[in-house]
Design a protein around this ligand. Structure first.
Ligand code: DAH
Length: 333
């Protein structure tokens, strides 16, 4: 075989082997095998070249260099390819910026609820829960709301058409979280210090500050010697913790069947005041309904509208925005 043929075979074989190298260690093996200074194939060929006739040497020398360069270049190229393996996948450039992963956010109402529970927790309140489908007894009767009270009007409540007369009377979607006061006091003896957050339902006409479904945080504190000033301090602390020290809060005498005396709680809303809840000293009739002794214990209760406080905090002007699930709105929180 001529030496030119030997060089061609050498190059072809080397390029073939290199193209099949799948790992950097194989590249190194190929380098030693084909270019190794001591025992490499090229070293062997170089020795053979010394036997060539003088007139053949320039051509063979040129071809020798070409083969050597080709093998070196091929080794380097394959090494680079292996160093960036993902680039080998057709059509995929891993250096391009990726598609943003749509990370969700918590809804402002959920955030407000968490914060309220946190604040109440720091004031020593446990968290309780109650059902959204309630019976007449827990929504009205035990809360001292008489049969003829306008709050029980079927037009002002979502009575369930499947409602049966069960032990607790007809069922409805609860119109207030005050129901949980009763459910908790039925279960545990005093003292009680709980908050409960959740949805309530009323067939109100929907506008910027009203919705047929909204959230409340109920609070109940029953113990010996609980006073109205404890109530005011608690509400003031919740309001300032959530809205900041500057928030103005006002208590207006009012009436609720389950508290005596009762107040409505307002916060400053621009030039005006906005009602954000009701509160008062738990009526002895409510305590009696759950088997507590009104001579022994007293307490306060409050119910705050979560949406309105949340709107105040974040400057939301229309309650409907909170329910429309418009990502342009929600992603701002
Ligand atoms: N349940 C009342 C409402 O939804 C708010 C309320 C008033 C809750 C006085 C209370 C309370 O706990 O003591 O309008």
């Amino acid at each position: 075989m001529s030496l030119l043929q030997v060089l061609d075979d050498y190059q072809n074989e080397a390029l073939q082997v290199i193209s099949q190298c799948g790992e950097l260690s194989e590249i190194e093996e190929a380098r030693i095998r084909f270019l190794g200074k001591k025992k490499g194939r090229l070293k062997e060929i170089q020795t053979q070249l010394s036997t060539a006739k003088p007139e053949e040497r320039p051509l063979l020398g040129k071809r020798f260099n070409e083969a050597k360069n080709a093998v070196e270049a091929s080794l380097n190229a394959r090494k680079d390819e292996l160093a960036k393996p993902a680039k080998q996948i057709a059509g995929l450039d891993v250096t391009l910026p990726g598609t943003a992963f749509p990370l969700g956010k918590r809804h402002p109402i959920s955030k407000t609820i968490s914060e309220f529970k946190e604040i109440a927790g720091r004031l020593g309140f446990d968290v309780a829960d109650g059902p959204e489908v309630e019976d007449d007894y827990h929504n009205f009767v035990a809360l001292n709301i008489p049969d003829d009270h306008p709050a029980r009007d079927p037009l002002d409540n979502f009575y369930l058409s499947v409602a049966q007369e069960g032990a607790g009377g007809p069922w409805l979607l609860r119109s207030q979280t005050s129901t949980v006061q009763i459910r908790v006091m039925e279960q545990v003896p005093p003292p009680v210090r709980i908050v409960s957050t959740g949805r309530v339902y009323r067939p109100d006409t929907i506008d910027a500050t009203h919705s047929c479904m909204f959230h409340q945080m109920e609070g109940l504190y029953i113990d010996k010697h609980v006073t109205m000033s404890n109530l005011k301090t608690t509400l003031k602390m919740i309001a300032t913790q959530y809205l900041g020290d500057d928030i103005a809060i006002r208590f207006r005498p009012s009436f609720f069947p389950f508290t005596e005396p009762s107040v409505e709680v307002d916060i400053q809303w621009g030039e005006n005041w906005m009602e954000v809840g009701g509160a008062g000293m738990v009526d002895p009739n409510v305590l009696k309904a759950v088997g507590y002794d009104p001579e022994e214990v007293s307490g306060f209760a409050f119910g705050l509208g979560i949406e309105r406080l949340c709107m105040k905090r974040y400057g939301v002007k229309d309650i409907r925005l909170l329910y429309e699930n418009d990502l342009r709105f929600l992603s701002q929180f």
